[in-house]
Design a protein around this ligand. Structure first.
Ligand code: ADP
Length: 400
């Protein structure tokens, strides 16, 4: 039976999920990490909670894929390579070129590589992953699914920064956003759960994971999103600062004696957010626990986090002239009823947004708004891999 592999390739890791095309059932998932180093872990999950694990040296992505595919046959997950009808690859930056997922030929892969400036840690390794799969599975269609594509529908007023226009014209300095595949999935799923055509709905999607972003989805299209030129902008995240006044950069560098701008950007990306404020952890569970024990900085971190999400929700209601549904997703959005309740608090009554405390006590897909809430609120586990597989099936015309 025909299968598609959704791939997330990093510089030293390769994560995969295999779906059966017709049923959309997940048949296996796993990863190879420490590629190019010693002692790579190879993990393959399959069947009814079964797991294969081994440690071996893996020189490069091509070797990782060979090991994986051979093991998939060994474990009877696939019978032969013929069963694989195509691969879909998560790609971080699609710039203004990739407005939808795309079937990638050699020219397309070169375009992915050329966009490396916008995602230095990602696009290069992702292109490397694609090339490796094409070597091991020659002739199988390859589809790129871009984190940014969903946001290419943003109007100019949302994506332009108020800086000299030539920076946009010459260098592509603009808002691109991220997490587009997740926002697209949960927005469409919310419309399905409401039994309505997404074209008629205004939805605010809150992807709250270690990284986080909020998107205004009007009529099924992203019209604004909180991440910016890079994922550093927007709400408070695990380790990222989110929005700050840019002049803080030179002020802090001067006061702290930081001479290299790269070090300052590293602080904003990796030492700020929940971690920087709380001094405890970037992990929401740890911050919640510390706050519950009376740690004041952890409590402050939580309050800043809630505040930023609320501000984006409020501004996106203004941007769209209303809202029909708000969706929470990703690690925090799916698993922390306390976060959802703190964001959709009494102040949201004015907008007609009201949570049902009992319904909110869940980690499953659910409508969690009060029966008389004017705006529906949902928690929806995101499924980026399923979107990658669906796009691969659609663009590669996989029929069975
Ligand atoms: P990533 O952006 O790395 O994919 P995830 O979507 O997995 O991140 O989200 C990770 C975040 O989800 C962490 O902050 C983690 O603490 C949080 N999280 C996971 N489970 C819970 C929980 N039960 N309660 C609160 N936060 C949780």
């Amino acid at each position: 039976m025909s299968k598609v592999i959704a791939v997330n390739a990093g510089s030293s890791s390769l994560k995969f999920t295999i779906y059966e095309v017709t049923s959309e059932d997940e048949v296996s998932s796993g990863l190879v990490d420490r590629i190019g180093l010693n002692d790579s872990n190879v993990v393959i999950k399959y069947g009814d909670g079964e797991k294969f694990e081994t440690v071996t040296d893996v020189k490069n992505h091509e070797e990782a894929i060979n090991i994986l595919l051979e093991q998939l046959i060994e474990l009877n997950i696939i019978e032969s390579y013929d069963e694989i009808s195509g691969t879909g690859h998560r790609i971080v930056a699609g710039g203004e070129i990739f407005k939808d997922s795309a079937l990638l030929d050699e020219e397309g892969i070169k375009q992915v590589e050329a966009l490396s400036d916008f995602a230095p840690l990602h696009n290069g390794p992702e292109a490397q992953g694609i090339r490796a799969f094409q070597k091991v599975l020659p002739g199988k269609p390859t589809v790129g699914v871009f984190d940014t594509s969903f946001h290419t529908t943003m109007p100019e007023k949302a994506y332009l920064y108020s800086v000299p226009m030539e920076y946009y014209e010459k260098h592509g300095a603009r808002r691109y956003g991220a997490h587009g595949t997740s926002h697209r999935y949960v927005a469409n799923r919310a419309a399905e759960l409401m039994g309505k055509d997404i074209a008629d709905l205004k939805i605010i999607t809150c992807h709250l994971g270690n990284g986080g972003s909020i998107t205004a989805v009007d009529g099924g299209k992203s019209v604004d999103t909180s991440m910016g030129f890079t994922p550093l902008a927007g709400i408070t995240m695990g380790t990222r600062s989110g929005d700050i006044d840019a002049s803080l950069v030179s002020y802090i560098m001067e006061k702290e004696g930081i001479s290299d701008i790269k070090d300052m950007i590293d602080i904003l990306n990796n030492k700020s957010g929940l971690l920087g404020l709380s001094g405890v952890s970037s992990d929401m569970r740890d911050v919640e626990a510390a706050a519950a024990e009376g740690n004041e900085n952890a409590q402050a971190a939580l309050e800043v986090f809630y505040d930023r999400v609320q501000k984006y929700i409020g501004s996106y209601i203004a941007v769209m002239g209303g809202v029909d549904a708000i969706v929470f997703t990703a690690g925090i959005g799916e698993n922390s009823p306390a976060t959802r309740a703190a964001i959709i608090n009494d102040q949201m009554d004015w907008f007609g947004i009201d949570l049902d405390a009992d319904k909110n006590d869940t980690r499953d897909e659910a409508e969690i708004s009060a029966d008389d809430s004017r705006v529906k609120v949902f928690t929806i586990p995101t499924d980026e891999e399923l979107m990658i597989v669906r796009d691969t099936v659609r663009l590669a015309n996989i029929t069975e």
